[in-house]
Design a protein around this ligand. Structure first.
Ligand code: HEC
Ligand code: HEC
Length: 337
């Protein structure tokens, strides 16, 4: 009797194990599906935007606005470019040219921190800025054009989209990988001549010999956006500051061949090619009213007057470490007074 009990227990155990293995095997696809995003992308703790393909909420008018907002970010020029269907407000670039994947992609100047941190005080304007003001800034500077009407359906759509993107980010939090990464400063000035060689070998095939980019065959929007010249962002745009340009291209360019985890350029190459591009001609913006408190000018804002006595040229290309040191001294001296 003892023997048959033992063997039937053993049989049960074996059947049990087999059943469990089969169950696990069958349920595997659903495990994979429910984690669709996380199992297919390399996971780190950086923020990526939500997806309407996965999320059923919200519905109705709000969903339509989100979809329209994303479309406006991705294809701005179709609506507001020189051949835009609604108005002619911009230079023909799309928001998405600099905010990849309509502002949803990690380490690609995304909008993950916008809804959570605005309205906020910004030193450039010296006042508290709303999301409307920040969007208008990029219209006037990065797209070298005019702001949208704040009451328009189009601004409402962009706002609703940005709010939806940031819905899972806690108030005040700036998620990892949002905005543009700050690369460490070089010990030397960035070198535009080195940058020219890098530009020719790694950028020119898409952005063109004269940085002019390439329009699509319908001439409505760019396949490859311009990097300098009359159709590019003006010298008041964020990307005109070398640290922003270098940080952006390190993680994002050459397009689809570089990422945060697998950049194509080294830090030095990023600074040098940035120096080359910002040394080229582009539209100019009257910035006399920016940075009303000049002590708040970023070290790489290249237009004086400055509190630190360094030249505009050094503020444009570096070396930046001496400027940082000098400013530290100045603020110490000040606080002793
Ligand atoms: C030429 C490049 C470029 C284009 C085109 C562009 N932007 Fe920007 N945008 C920037 C840069 C650079 C910043 C500053 C990022 C930083 O400092 O981290 C920025 C910042 C922003 C921010 C604030 C982000 C934050 O986290 O604080 C918003 C919102 C924004 N842009 C919206 C837009 C919209 C909407 C458009 C299209 C109408 C647009 N941008 C087009 C380059 C661009
Ligand atoms: C394979 C083609 C390709 C190459 C090579 C490439 N880019 Fe781009 N670049 C693009 C595209 C496409 C976009 C716009 C992305 C979008 O709209 O989704 C872009 C956008 C940009 C932008 C922001 C928009 C603008 O016009 O200012 C900058 C800056 C930029 N590239 C710089 C560079 C630099 C510097 C290099 C070389 C290191 C480079 N790119 C190499 C295709 C390329």
């Amino acid at each position: 009797m003892g023997k048959s009990v033992t063997s039937s227990l053993l049989l049960f155990l074996i059947i049990g194990i087999v059943v469990l293995m089969i169950a696990r095997f069958i349920s595997m696809p659903s495990i994979v599906n429910s984690n669709y995003q996380s199992s297919n992308t390399i996971q780190d703790s950086s923020w990526n935007g939500p997806s309407l393909y996965i999320e059923a909420q919200p519905t109705g008018e709000e969903r339509q606005l989100i979809i329209y907002g994303e479309e406006l970010i991705a294809h701005t020029s179709r609506y507001f470019g020189p051949r835009g269907s609604i108005a002619h407000l911009t230079n023909g670039m799309n928001c998405q040219n600099c905010h990849l994947d309509a502002g949803k992609k990690a380490w690609s100047n995304n909008y993950g921190a916008v809804y959570s941190t605005y309205p906020k005080f910004r030193d450039r304007s010296g006042r508290v800025e709303s999301i409307y003001k920040r969007v208008s800034d990029c219209m006037e500077r990065s797209l070298n054009g005019w702001a949208l009407d704040s009451n328009s359906k189009e601004f409402k759509a962009i706002y609703t989209y940005i709010k939806w993107l940031g819905k899972d980010v806690k108030k005040g939090v700036k998620p990892i990988g949002s905005g543009i990464e700050k690369l460490p400063f070089l010990d030397r000035a960035a070198n535009a001549e080195n940058g020219r060689a890098i530009y020719i070998s790694k950028c020119q095939s898409c952005h063109g010999k004269n940085g002019e980019g390439q329009l699509a065959s319908d001439s409505i929007e760019y396949i490859y956006p311009p990097l300098w010249g009359a159709k590019s962002f003006n010298n008041g745009a964020g990307l005109f500051r070398i640290s922003s340009f270098a940080g952006y291209i390190k993680n994002c360019m050459p397009f689809q061949l570089a990422s945060h985890n697998a950049p194509s350029l080294t830090n030095e190459e990023s600074w040098d090619v940035a120096a080359f591009v910002i040394s080229q001609p582009r539209p100019e913006l009257d910035q006399r009213h920016d940075w009303p408190d000049i002590s708040k000018k970023p070290v790489d804002f290249p237009f004086g007057p400055f509190i630190d006595g360094f030249s505009e040229n050094q503020h444009k290309y570096g070396p930046f470490k001496p400027i940082v040191e000098k400013r530290k001294d100045l603020s110490v001296t000040k606080s002793f007074k």
